[in-house]
Design a binder for this molecule. Structure first.
Ligand SMILES: O=CC(=O)O
Length: 305
């Protein structure tokens, strides 16, 4: 194989490249490797110009990419599914338990003098044993979450999606239900769907008002699937018991945001895939996608446009 050298320019910082800077620097590039903070839209693609052949995102989510614009220009897209599934599922379980067993409140009480004598109902939460767990958007990550939750003696898994997912559902013996039934039956509801025009704001008052009072809502997908005003209302009025969010709108969520005032809302700064192993695998896969795209070869993980 003939060796070809790739010239690249790297934004050598953990902070996102400022938009104006990015627009300047992409000019004439054949490939772009980005993360989810970079909006790859018509403006950016125009700034890059006609040489651009491939965009490789170091993420499983691709709502920051204008797929129509990419497709129109014949630009190929790589992303990083699979390599982060275990890590995201693990964090989702951790967040679910932290929320349902009120761990953040409990450590705060212990540290700040709230810990008096042993009290019968103090800091009681909700347990997974005998519960029904609902999954909104059953993909690889939803299955991995259910596999990890099963040993906690969950009674039943249910899911909803735009279509039946028999192969994945069989792996975890999950039953397909409507969105209404998902809301009504779930003791724990894990949101695992991609953010698309169809799922934007799908977790709204209509959904929360059908949920159980003891329900725990967990979102590790994208903040845009949740109507945060409605979630605040549901949590602050006791319509549902708690929420654990790894993703919000916007990110970062301003520290004065009302959701931060609620004890029954645990908010993490979008860290579901943040393990050293997973981030290394994601960057290697993103780089290999990019190189394959530049060579005109099949990418290890290419998004079908
Ligand atoms: O949110 C993280 C990702 O999409 O990889």
């Amino acid at each position: 194989m003939r060796e070809r050298k790739v010239q690249f320019e790297m934004w050598d910082s953990d902070d996102p490249v400022p938009r104006v800077e990015l627009l300047k620097r992409v000019k004439g590039c054949e490939g772009i490797l980005c993360v989810l903070t970079e909006k790859i839209d018509a403006q950016l693609l125009n700034a890059a110009g006609p040489n651009l052949k491939v965009v490789s995102t170091m993420s499983v989510g691709f709502d920051h990419l204008s797929l129509d614009e990419l497709k129109k220009r014949g630009i190929r897209v790589g992303y990083t599914p699979d390599v982060l599934t275990d890590c995201v599922a693990e964090l989702t379980v951790a967040l679910l338990l932290a929320t349902s067993r009120r761990l953040i409140e409990a450590t705060h009480e212990a540290k700040t003098g709230g810990w008096g004598t042993w009290r019968t109902l103090w800091l009681c939460g909700h347990e997974l044993a005998n519960s029904t767990v609902g999954i909104l958007g059953l993909g690889r990550i939803g299955v991995a979450i259910a596999e990890r939750l099963k040993p906690f003696k969950v009674k039943k898994f249910i899911y909803t999606d735009v279509a039946l997912r028999p192969e994945l559902a069989n792996m975890i013996e999950a039953e397909y239900v409507s969105l209404d039934e998902l809301a009504k039956q779930s003791d724990f509801l894990a949101i695992c769907c991609a953010l698309t025009p169809e799922t934007y704001g799908i977790c709204n008052w209509n959904l929360f008002s059908k949920m159980k009072k003891n329900a725990i809502f967990i979102n590790t997908s994208r903040g845009g699937v949740v109507n945060q005003e409605d979630l605040y209302e549901a949590l602050s009025t006791g319509l549902i018991a708690g929420a654990g969010l790894d993703v919000t709108t916007p990110e970062p969520l301003p520290t004065h945001h009302p959701l931060f005032t609620l004890k029954n809302c645990v908010i993490l700064p979008h860290v579901a895939s943040a393990s050293y192993t997973t981030r290394n695998s994601m960057s290697a896969l993103a780089a290999n996608n990019l190189l394959a795209g530049l060579r005109g070869e099949p990418m290890p993980k290419e998004l079908k446009l």
